[in-house]
Design a protein around this ligand. Structure first.
Ligand code: ATP
Length: 361
């Protein structure tokens, strides 16, 4: 197992493109870290720098406290699972897993022992003689994971390993990978653009945008204490609703309602934002239908309802401001009706209209 230190890491590609800016992170031994963010935000580039597949333009990268910038991929003792898991098609499952070890000159009986143990962890014991083409997508993915964990390295890197699977297989493999991590205990960095994968698998999540880290935290911290609108909108499904307005007389107009800001923000903060733009944020699931105490009460037209089984998404319009509410399916309002809903003060977020940073309550 290993701990990793990334200090002021930058990546500037030969064409001059600055893909990763001042990346700072300490990864503890055995931690499961997820890099998440939209396409092109620099997740894979950072992972490839850790793997030694891409050189680090500047900054310090340490493994177990030792500078590793110039170490080759082998010396770093990392194993990587890619999106295209590229198994050897002509080899059996057994040989696919054994191949790397035989190249290293490991004895056949040791190889057999490790293949059998790995196959057991991954539920592949019955498939060892099969060729990849005779496996399902999920089974192939498990072989790819097996090829990586069989090497017993301290660092395990995965780049969108589930993106070739269907939705159901992804859910199953998600819990299988966390289970394997628990058993193997290797320090793991997992790249995905899927916030659900990040939330369900990570010890800590690193949210990236345009090559910059936005926030590092546990799934709980990112969901309840996002530092800015980007993180607030990225984590959570459907995303957080945002409504912007200008502060006048300690209030803000939202869809025809006048919200008293001092119910949520301190008097100093309200004073500071007089005449300035503020953004109200609330999660679709953090509301209650009807007019409740200790809440901002808003009125809206119901445009569309989507029954999803465990809840209903209600698309509403508040004088041109669109939002999504998540309600109990038994309380689904009728379309084209007018409803009242409440956002408890404790569930309200405010963001600076210019910087998009969250405002402390
Ligand atoms: P995705 O989810 O689409 O894989 P990502 O977050 O992993 O995205 P990266 O692959 O790290 O993103 O790419 C980050 C940025 O660097 C992108 O804008 C990409 O176009 C750019 N980039 C990647 N490789 C190179 C390269 N070899 N030369 C120049 N720019 C590159």
């Amino acid at each position: 197992m290993a701990y990793l230190t990334l200090q002021g890491i930058n990546k500037i590609y030969p064409n001059g493109f600055h893909a990763v800016h001042d990346f700072n992170l300490e990864i503890e031994q055995g931690e499961f870290i997820v890099f998440v963010g939209p396409s092109g935000c620099g997740k894979s580039t950072t992972l490839r720098m850790i793997a030694g597949l891409e050189n680090i333009s500047n900054g310090e990268f340490l493994i177990d406290g030792k500078r590793a910038n110039e170490m080759g991929p082998r010396e770093r003792e990392v194993a990587m699972v890619f999106q295209s898991y590229a198994l050897y098609p002509h080899m059996s499952v057994y040989d696919n897993m054994a191949f790397g070890l035989s190249l290293q000159g490991v004895d056949d009986d040791v190889i057999e022992e490790r293949v059998m143990a790995t196959a057991k962890i991954l539920g592949l014991t019955d498939y060892l003689d099969r060729k990849p083409r005779a496996l399902s997508g999920g089974q192939r993915q498990r072989v790819a994971v097996g090829r990586a964990i069989i090497r017993k390295v301290g660092i395990f890197l995965m780049d969108e390993p589930l993106s070739n699977l269907d939705a159901k297989q992804r859910v199953t493999m998600r819990s299988e990978i966390t289970d394997i991590h628990r058993k193997v205990g290797a320090t793991t960095i997992y790249v995905t653009h899927d916030q659900t994968e990040a939330m369900t698998m990570a010890d800590r999540i690193v949210v990236m945008k345009d090559g910059y880290i936005q926030q590092v935290g546990t799934p709980y911290e990112l969901y309840f204490k996002p530092v800015n609108m980007f993180v607030a909108g990225f984590i959570g499904e459907p995303p957080m609703n945002f409504v912007s307005g200008v502060v006048t007389n300690d209030t803000m107009q939202v869809g025809g309602a006048t919200l008293a800001l001092d119910k949520v923000l301190s008097a100093e903060t309200v004073a500071k934002y007089q005449g300035k733009k503020l953004v109200l944020g609330f999660r679709p699931e953090a509301i209650e239908l009807g007019a409740e105490e200790d809440s901002y009460v808003l009125h809206a037209e119901v445009e569309l309802t989507e029954l999803l089984g465990d809840n209903t998404n209600v698309y509403v319009d508040m004088e041109g401001v669109k939002s999504i509410l998540k309600v109990d399916p038994h309380d689904t309002p009728k379309m084209d009706t007018r409803i009242a809903f409440s956002i408890p003060y404790k569930n309200v977020y405010f963001f600076d209209g210019e910087t998009e940073a969250v405002i402390e309550k």
